[in-house]
Design a protein around this ligand. Sequence first.
Ligand code: ZN
Ligand code: ZN
Length: 282
Amino acid sequence: MSASEGFRYVELQPVQDGDAWDPEALSKAIRAASLPPGGIPVRFADAKPVLQRHYGWRDPRGLLAYSKGSPYKDLAIVFDAGDSSSPINVAASKAFRCYGLDGKQGGSIDWGDVRGPCIIRREDVPSMTSFATGKMERMNFTYHPLITTQELVDTVLFFKTRDAHKVAIKRDSTRSLLDVPRDHPMFALLSRGQYVSTAGTRPLDKVMGKDARQCATCGKPNTIACSLKYCSMCKSAWYCGRDCQKKDFPRHKTECASLAQEQQQQTAKAAGAAGAAGKTAA
Ligand SMILES: [Zn+2]
Ligand SMILES: [Zn+2]
């Protein structure tokens, strides 16, 4: 298996403070993990004794995190929480700061820094109770078992400037409301409310509004694209980038003018309503 194809288990070594965000230094710190015979059990509780035995870790613990472009928490990380002397793994401590130890949600994040190396594996696609069928169903996401060096470097750099916990709650909320129809009465009741999960809360109008927008071409949600941009003519079609906007143009040009007109009427209506409200108040 070559490095460009990726690894099933990746080790991320600590990179010294100043170099922690240097792509080249990071690449050098990423390698295939040397595994215990029989591998590392998937469940944190089962992995613990194996990690203790094989690596001599004192208090092996797990973390769950998001890779840069993932719609579900796709990274499972193990490290030695009992290590107090190895260098701080600056990149891991920032990028994987989504939830508590062993993926625990709720309460505060109960760990300080990752010290020494950590080992990362891709989690399987989760199942959720489908709003449409009421049954537990595997979500419709692609599973990429291998993690490449480039992907891990991109992920670390993505989280350099972001709060991983906030990103996690955004993506959690987008995913949980994915198959709920937007005209469902539940939204009318909750539109002033909060999306509440054990991991945290988020204003529901954001979850349903900005966060729920998707690129018209590739379907990437705003929570992952981070800043979808709209077509400047109609302000109705959203895109993750120029390429996607260009690709959609043959289709979109047939609707753009009428969407623009609709948008204008709505803006005028909203301005009228605001004006009227102003007069009443005065
Ligand atoms: Zn796109
Ligand atoms: Zn348009």
